[in-house]
Design a protein around this ligand. Sequence first.
Ligand SMILES: CC(C)(COP(=O)(O)OP(=O)(O)OC[C@H]1O[C@@H](n2cnc3c(N)ncnc32)[C@H](O)[C@@H]1OP(=O)(O)O)[C@@H](O)C(=O)NCCC(=O)NCCS
Length: 167
Amino acid sequence: MNYAITPTAECHLPGLYRALDVVARELRFLALTAAPPWEESLAYHRNILGKNFPNFVALCDEKVVGWCDVAPAFAQSRAHVGVIGIGLLPEARHKGLGTSLMQAAMAKAWARGLTRLELTVRADNLNAIKLYEKLGFEHEGVQRRGSFVQGEYYDVCCMGLLRSEDP
Ligand SMILES: CC(C)(COP(=O)(O)OP(=O)(O)OC[C@H]1O[C@@H](n2cnc3c(N)ncnc32)[C@H](O)[C@@H]1OP(=O)(O)O)[C@@H](O)C(=O)NCCC(=O)NCCS
Protein backbone atom coordinates (compact mmCIF):
# COMPACT_ATOMS: atom_id res chain seq x y z
CA MET A 1 0.00 0.00 0.00
CA ASN A 2 1.27 3.45 -0.95
CA TYR A 3 0.11 6.07 1.55
CA ALA A 4 0.69 9.80 1.18
CA ILE A 5 -0.40 12.96 2.99
CA THR A 6 -0.98 15.86 0.63
CA PRO A 7 -2.66 19.30 0.63
CA THR A 8 -6.28 18.98 -0.48
CA ALA A 9 -6.95 20.05 -4.06
CA GLU A 10 -10.29 20.40 -5.85
CA CYS A 11 -9.81 16.97 -7.43
CA HIS A 12 -9.79 15.35 -3.97
CA LEU A 13 -13.13 16.83 -2.85
CA PRO A 14 -15.43 14.05 -4.17
CA GLY A 15 -13.27 11.39 -2.49
CA LEU A 16 -13.07 13.40 0.71
CA TYR A 17 -16.87 13.72 0.67
CA ARG A 18 -17.27 9.93 0.29
CA ALA A 19 -14.82 9.28 3.14
CA LEU A 20 -16.62 11.77 5.40
CA ASP A 21 -19.94 10.05 4.68
CA VAL A 22 -18.55 6.61 5.57
CA VAL A 23 -17.05 7.81 8.87
CA ALA A 24 -20.16 9.86 9.77
CA ARG A 25 -22.41 6.84 9.19
CA GLU A 26 -20.43 4.80 11.72
CA LEU A 27 -22.35 6.99 14.22
CA ARG A 28 -19.56 6.79 16.82
CA PHE A 29 -17.04 9.44 15.96
CA LEU A 30 -18.31 12.60 14.27
CA ALA A 31 -20.96 15.17 15.10
CA LEU A 32 -22.36 14.44 11.64
CA THR A 33 -24.31 11.20 11.17
CA ALA A 34 -24.07 11.48 7.37
CA ALA A 35 -22.31 13.84 4.99
CA PRO A 36 -24.09 17.17 4.52
CA PRO A 37 -25.44 17.99 1.04
CA TRP A 38 -22.63 18.03 -1.55
CA GLU A 39 -23.00 21.76 -2.26
CA GLU A 40 -22.66 22.55 1.44
CA SER A 41 -19.57 20.38 1.75
CA LEU A 42 -18.06 21.99 -1.36
CA ALA A 43 -18.67 25.49 0.06
CA TYR A 44 -17.13 24.44 3.42
CA HIS A 45 -13.93 23.18 1.80
CA ARG A 46 -13.67 26.02 -0.71
CA ASN A 47 -13.93 28.49 2.18
CA ILE A 48 -11.02 26.76 3.94
CA LEU A 49 -8.93 26.56 0.76
CA GLY A 50 -9.76 30.15 -0.22
CA LYS A 51 -8.56 31.42 3.15
CA ASN A 52 -5.41 29.31 2.93
CA PHE A 53 -6.32 27.40 6.09
CA PRO A 54 -4.99 23.84 6.55
CA ASN A 55 -6.72 21.11 4.58
CA PHE A 56 -4.96 17.80 3.98
CA VAL A 57 -5.99 14.39 2.70
CA ALA A 58 -4.47 10.96 3.21
CA LEU A 59 -4.25 9.01 -0.04
CA CYS A 60 -3.83 5.29 -0.57
CA ASP A 61 -2.81 4.68 -4.17
CA GLU A 62 -4.60 7.93 -5.14
CA LYS A 63 -7.82 7.06 -3.23
CA VAL A 64 -8.80 9.49 -0.45
CA VAL A 65 -8.80 7.46 2.78
CA GLY A 66 -8.83 10.34 5.27
CA TRP A 67 -8.70 14.07 5.85
CA CYS A 68 -7.77 16.73 8.37
CA ASP A 69 -9.06 20.26 7.97
CA VAL A 70 -8.89 23.41 10.04
CA ALA A 71 -11.92 25.66 9.66
CA PRO A 72 -11.87 29.37 10.51
CA ALA A 73 -13.70 30.09 13.76
CA PHE A 74 -16.65 32.46 13.39
CA ALA A 75 -16.42 36.13 14.54
CA GLN A 76 -13.71 38.80 14.40
CA SER A 77 -12.37 38.16 17.92
CA ARG A 78 -11.67 34.54 16.94
CA ALA A 79 -9.64 35.19 13.80
CA HIS A 80 -6.62 33.55 15.50
CA VAL A 81 -8.53 30.28 16.10
CA GLY A 82 -8.85 27.20 13.91
CA VAL A 83 -11.29 24.34 14.45
CA ILE A 84 -9.94 20.88 13.63
CA GLY A 85 -11.80 18.04 11.96
CA ILE A 86 -10.21 14.67 11.16
CA GLY A 87 -11.21 11.20 10.07
CA LEU A 88 -9.90 8.08 8.36
CA LEU A 89 -11.69 5.20 6.70
CA PRO A 90 -11.71 2.14 9.01
CA GLU A 91 -9.06 0.29 6.96
CA ALA A 92 -6.67 3.27 7.16
CA ARG A 93 -6.63 3.61 10.96
CA HIS A 94 -3.84 2.70 13.39
CA LYS A 95 -1.07 3.12 10.82
CA GLY A 96 0.15 6.52 11.95
CA LEU A 97 -1.81 8.42 9.29
CA GLY A 98 -3.85 10.31 11.92
CA THR A 99 -0.65 11.52 13.54
CA SER A 100 0.80 12.59 10.18
CA LEU A 101 -2.40 14.39 9.14
CA MET A 102 -2.56 16.26 12.45
CA GLN A 103 1.12 17.23 12.30
CA ALA A 104 0.71 18.57 8.75
CA ALA A 105 -2.37 20.58 9.75
CA MET A 106 -0.73 21.94 12.90
CA ALA A 107 2.42 23.04 11.06
CA LYS A 108 0.36 24.83 8.42
CA ALA A 109 -1.89 26.44 11.05
CA TRP A 110 1.05 27.95 12.94
CA ALA A 111 2.73 29.03 9.68
CA ARG A 112 -0.58 30.62 8.62
CA GLY A 113 -0.49 32.73 11.81
CA LEU A 114 -3.11 30.96 13.90
CA THR A 115 -2.28 30.81 17.60
CA ARG A 116 -4.99 28.49 18.91
CA LEU A 117 -6.41 25.18 17.64
CA GLU A 118 -9.52 23.65 19.14
CA LEU A 119 -11.68 20.61 18.64
CA THR A 120 -14.49 18.64 20.18
CA VAL A 121 -14.43 14.87 20.54
CA ARG A 122 -16.94 12.43 21.95
CA ALA A 123 -15.80 11.36 25.42
CA ASP A 124 -15.91 7.65 24.45
CA ASN A 125 -13.61 8.17 21.43
CA LEU A 126 -10.50 7.11 23.31
CA ASN A 127 -8.29 6.58 20.24
CA ALA A 128 -8.83 10.14 19.08
CA ILE A 129 -8.38 11.60 22.59
CA LYS A 130 -5.10 9.67 22.95
CA LEU A 131 -3.90 11.10 19.65
CA TYR A 132 -4.76 14.68 20.62
CA GLU A 133 -3.15 14.32 24.06
CA LYS A 134 0.00 12.91 22.42
CA LEU A 135 0.20 16.02 20.25
CA GLY A 136 -0.14 18.36 23.23
CA PHE A 137 -3.86 19.20 23.20
CA GLU A 138 -5.26 19.88 26.66
CA HIS A 139 -8.70 19.13 28.04
CA GLU A 140 -10.63 22.38 28.48
CA GLY A 141 -14.05 21.19 29.55
CA VAL A 142 -16.94 18.89 28.85
CA GLN A 143 -20.19 19.54 27.04
CA ARG A 144 -22.44 17.26 29.10
CA ARG A 145 -24.83 15.35 26.82
CA GLY A 146 -23.36 17.34 23.94
CA SER A 147 -24.19 14.56 21.49
CA PHE A 148 -27.40 12.56 20.99
CA VAL A 149 -27.25 9.62 18.60
CA GLN A 150 -29.66 6.71 18.22
CA GLY A 151 -31.44 7.46 21.49
CA GLU A 152 -28.26 7.84 23.59
CA TYR A 153 -26.62 10.93 25.04
CA TYR A 154 -22.84 11.28 25.03
CA ASP A 155 -20.59 13.80 26.70
CA VAL A 156 -18.30 15.75 24.38
CA CYS A 157 -14.79 16.88 25.39
CA CYS A 158 -13.45 20.28 24.39
CA MET A 159 -9.70 20.26 23.73
CA GLY A 160 -7.33 23.03 22.71
CA LEU A 161 -3.73 23.72 21.85
CA LEU A 162 -1.93 27.08 21.92
CA ARG A 163 1.00 27.83 19.63
CA SER A 164 4.12 27.78 21.75
CA GLU A 165 6.13 31.01 21.86
CA ASP A 166 9.01 31.21 19.41
CA PRO A 167 12.34 30.41 21.07
C1 LIG B 1 -8.85 9.20 15.48
C2 LIG B 1 -8.06 8.85 14.24
C3 LIG B 1 -8.01 10.03 13.29
C4 LIG B 1 -6.62 8.51 14.68
O1 LIG B 1 -5.84 8.23 13.55
P1 LIG B 1 -4.95 6.90 13.46
O2 LIG B 1 -4.19 6.95 12.20
O3 LIG B 1 -5.83 5.73 13.69
O4 LIG B 1 -3.99 7.09 14.70
P2 LIG B 1 -2.43 6.81 14.71
O5 LIG B 1 -2.18 5.46 14.11
O6 LIG B 1 -1.72 7.97 14.12
O7 LIG B 1 -2.18 6.75 16.27
C5 LIG B 1 -2.19 7.91 17.04
C6 LIG B 1 -2.21 7.60 18.53
O8 LIG B 1 -3.53 7.20 18.86
C7 LIG B 1 -3.45 6.22 19.85
N1 LIG B 1 -4.04 5.00 19.33
C8 LIG B 1 -4.15 4.65 18.03
N2 LIG B 1 -4.77 3.47 17.96
C9 LIG B 1 -5.07 3.10 19.21
C10 LIG B 1 -5.74 1.99 19.76
N3 LIG B 1 -6.23 1.01 19.01
N4 LIG B 1 -5.88 1.94 21.10
C11 LIG B 1 -5.41 2.93 21.88
N5 LIG B 1 -4.77 4.00 21.40
C12 LIG B 1 -4.60 4.08 20.09
C13 LIG B 1 -2.03 6.00 20.21
O9 LIG B 1 -1.73 6.84 21.31
C14 LIG B 1 -1.32 6.47 18.99
O10 LIG B 1 -0.10 6.98 19.39
P3 LIG B 1 1.27 6.18 19.01
O11 LIG B 1 1.53 6.55 17.58
O12 LIG B 1 2.27 6.74 19.95
O13 LIG B 1 0.98 4.71 19.18
C15 LIG B 1 -8.66 7.63 13.50
O14 LIG B 1 -8.64 6.51 14.35
C16 LIG B 1 -10.08 7.86 12.99
O15 LIG B 1 -10.27 8.32 11.89
N6 LIG B 1 -11.10 7.52 13.80
C17 LIG B 1 -12.48 7.69 13.38
C18 LIG B 1 -12.86 9.13 13.13
C19 LIG B 1 -12.59 9.98 14.36
O16 LIG B 1 -12.65 9.52 15.48
N7 LIG B 1 -12.30 11.26 14.11
C20 LIG B 1 -12.03 12.20 15.19
C21 LIG B 1 -13.31 12.80 15.67
S1 LIG B 1 -13.02 14.02 16.96
